[in-house]
Design a protein around this ligand. Structure first.
Ligand SMILES: [Zn+2]
Ligand SMILES: [Zn+2]
Length: 348
């Protein structure tokens, strides 16, 4: 039975037979010289690029702080523009700046916590290093040849970080690392506060624009604040909604991407005899325990914890996950015909 041919990178926007990385030719002289620019393009678009010939996987991290510096630069610009070019009167200052500063604090704290927390590295868990196979809900665990450990359920090896990440969601250049079991809650909070802050900036700046009613009195910086606020609102609200939906269905970005590809093939009848890990033949996820439990497994049990990025309490340890017993029985029943291929989440 043929193995499932997974895309080498599920996050790739252009999923063609010949990938962008192949077309670039990482061993050409020009590619090596323009590598910093190519890396920046790769970060901005989330399209992974190959390293120049002879480079090590970890070398991506040499440039890794560039996108985070861009985030800090945009934040500083918005703060300056909003404070100095939009807010003019004392009465306006209280109404505009108090909510803005509260949102900004939560935004900065959640961003800082994503970066300062590791996503959860499988090599730091003692259970993965034992001579005996690690117990996993999905059956035999997979051995990572690079980290030399047993991979717990939902763990994937990130080629950019060069290590196995517990419940890896995806590698995010904007935070210079992976989003995994230990920082996923902060990531959702970061997206939420960025979106709300974008809405606040856009609506209040638009109100100021209507009030002044003329482009002549509305300077270029104020106009930029309006445009950036609008873009943040538009792009990040879609992004935040999609991540909330993934959590409610208990899927990571990576798992969902693999599932969508398989599901498309299944619906067109091209992969009737193929299976993917974690999902039954009928497309149900073993880890789907209902919307409420799925949400609490990532965001915490207490409602305050959903919004505050200060507590570091996490429900899942990244090795043991709640699961649906009925779906697990169904999953094990069609296991005999199951072909599961090791997922390669990053082509870099
Ligand atoms: Zn590994
Ligand atoms: Zn990573």
């Amino acid at each position: 039975m043929p193995a499932i041919k997974e895309s080498r990178n599920p996050f790739r926007i252009f999923d063609r037979d010949k990938s962008i990385t192949e077309r670039c030719g990482s061993d050409t002289l020009i590619y090596s010289k323009l590598w910093p620019i190519i890396f920046l393009f790769s970060s901005l678009t989330d399209i992974p690029m190959n390293l120049p010939k002879g480079s090590k996987p970890g070398q991506h991290r040499d440039w890794g702080w560039l996108p985070t510096l861009i985030v800090c630069g945009i934040s500083a610009f918005l703060y300056y523009g909003y404070l100095c070019r939009i807010v003019h009167r004392p009465a306006q200052a209280i109404a505009y700046l108090v909510p803005f500063n509260i949102l900004l604090i939560f935004y900065l704290v959640s961003y800082g916590r994503i970066i300062s927390n590791t996503p959860g590295h499988a090599k730091d868990i003692e259970l993965t290093k034992g001579k005996d196979k690690l117990y996993t809900v999905l059956g035999d665990p997979v051995w990572c040849n690079i980290c030399c450990i047993w991979k717990p359920d939902r763990t994937h090896h990130c080629r950019v970080c060069g290590t196995c990440v517990l419940k890896m969601d995806h590698h995010c250049p904007w935070v210079n690392g992976c989003v995994g079991v230990s920082n996923q809650r902060y990531y959702i909070q970061f997206l939420f506060y960025t979106t709300v802050m974008g809405i606040w900036i856009f609506t209040t700046t638009l109100a100021a624009f209507i009030q002044f009613n003329s482009l002549a009195t509305f300077d270029a910086i104020a106009l930029c604040v309006l445009i950036v606020g609008g873009m943040l609102t538009f792009i990040l609200s879609i992004f935040t909604m999609s991540h909330v939906l993934l959590i409610l269905n208990n899927r990571t970005t990576l798992e969902n991407s693999i599932f969508q590809k398989w599901d498309r093939a299944r619906k067109t009848g091209k992969s009737q005899d193929k299976r993917i890990t974690m999902f039954t033949q009928t497309g149900k996820s073993v880890f789907d325990q209902g919307k409420k439990n799925n949400w609490q497994e990532v965001m915490g049990v207490r409602k305050l914890q959903w919004f505050l990025p200060f507590s570091s309490k996490q429900v899942s340890d990244g090795v043991h996950f709640g699961y649906n017993p009925d779906t697990l029985v169904e999953y094990n029943n069609d296991k005999s015909t199951r072909v599961i291929e090791e997922v390669k989440p990053n082509a870099i």
